[in-house]
Design a protein around this ligand. Structure first.
Ligand code: HEC
Length: 142
């Protein structure tokens, strides 16, 4: 997967003008991006590995998934969103993609709890693939 993609995504300019649920979901997505970045720097050895931190990050991401899944209500497709219309026209696939992310993050949590770094790296990559997999279809390209 492309880590550069995730980093670029989290470095995207702030979206002035977005309000309400659109601003909230952007904020949660951004936080997930930051957690992935923190975890990624730890897993590549750029920062010291700390199991407790890995567990905390994975658990927070899990909460974020659960929240963000409910933040794409019908009618929230204007307001400076970067979501593509497909979120609302192809809802079944969008929801399925959210569920896959949730499942991947649950596996990430389990790997973090076990402290097995090899597993953790594998699950981290799997989560990253779910992020980009959804963005490919449901998030506007820059
Ligand atoms: C099921 C689809 C889906 C999944 C899975 C998903 N995203 Fe997103 N993401 C979106 C959509 C849609 C937007 C655009 C939201 C908007 O602008 O209203 C977005 C926006 C973003 C943004 C930009 C936020 C901003 O500041 O505007 C970041 C960063 C991001 N996602 C990171 C992630 C990360 C990291 C993951 C995986 C842990 C992830 N996303 C998983 C659909 C998804």
């Amino acid at each position: 997967m492309s880590l550069a993609f995730l980093l670029a995504a989290s470095a995207a300019a702030a979206h002035e003008g977005a309000t309400g649920v659109v601003a909230q979901r952007m904020d949660i997505m951004k936080q997930m991006g930051q957690h992935m970045k923190t975890l990624g720097t730890m897993l590549t050895g750029k920062t010291a590995f700390d199991q407790g931190t890995a567990q905390r990050l994975a658990e927070t991401m899990h909460q974020h998934c659960e929240h963000v899944a409910h933040m794409f209500p019908p009618g929230s497709d204007g307001h400076h969103t970067e979501a593509t219309p497909a979120v609302w026209t192809n809802r079944a696939e969008f929801d399925a993609s959210m569920r896959r992310l949730d499942a991947a993050v649950e596996e990430l949590m389990a790997a973090a709890a076990s402290g097995d770094k090899v597993q953790l790296v594998a699950k981290f990559k799997a989560v990253g693939q779910e992020c980009s997999g959804c963005h490919d279809t449901f998030r506007q390209k820059k």
